[in-house]
Design a binder for this molecule. Sequence first.
Ligand code: NAP
Length: 260
Amino acid sequence: MLPEQFIKRLCIIGVGLIGGSLARALRSAGVVAEIVGAGRDSTHLQKAQELGVIDRYVTDLRQAVQGADVVVLAVPLGAMESVLGAIAPFLEKNAILTDVGSAKGSVVQAVQKVFGKLPEHFVPAHPIAGTEKSGVEASFDSLFENRRVILTPTLASSEQSINKVKRMWQACGADVIQMGVEHHDEVLAATSHLPHMLAFALVDTLARMDDSQEIFDFAAGGFKDFTRIASSDPQMWHDICLANHDALVKALEAFSEDLM
Ligand code: NAP
């Protein structure tokens, strides 16, 4: 291990757009000695290995976290609790546990439920970077460069754990800031989750119109951005809406009132 490799074994559960880009960025930065990928589908993980994103993979989550000093959950929000349940008894004593979920309250609740407390090595995080694409093929190593990553440490998160997660994201070129969990969810509901709902709804409304073909044939400029955003993975956004339901409904109500 080289001296600057401050992560010995990184386990990424969910090697898709975000998990794959994190792996690529940390490898490019030379700060990780070994990257183990985990997920449900071995053909996806095989692809990730062929692309050089991960060193090896396992589909058994219990084996995946063995010997890992940092474990990153990069699965859809709806899968967080079941993945946590599968790994909790097998995490190394001092392993840092973090995630990349787009909403934070639901992940913190899931951790509290599975562990019966908030562990000192748990540091929730959310990179404010992404694209409308999914899967490891869409990942790239500069995704987080000059982008913000929000850490939402809990009262139990130790300084040492917070610093390690911060250092990990800084190695990817990100600007790391901290926020409270609830505040994060309100800010993101307004700046990201609401705009996605508007794009999905608008494109859906227009697609149902009789002359929809003509409308889409003439799509250009601003409307192209709406269709691009509305092509994001519906399952991921379904999970985000449910996970951040309270803050999103508040933002939707304020928007609807203004629109009226
Ligand atoms: P993605 O490209 O679809 O990747 C998700 C990965 O999770 C896939 O590799 C999938 O692999 C794996 N997975 C799904 N369900 C699983 C389960 N039950 N157990 C184990 N692995 C599972 O999605 P993504 O865009 O990277 O999003 C991942 C996380 O990042 C989400 O929590 C999302 O909220 C957050 N995020 C996304 C963006 C964005 O713009 N996309 C930005 C910031 C944060 P298999 O199908 O092979 O299991």
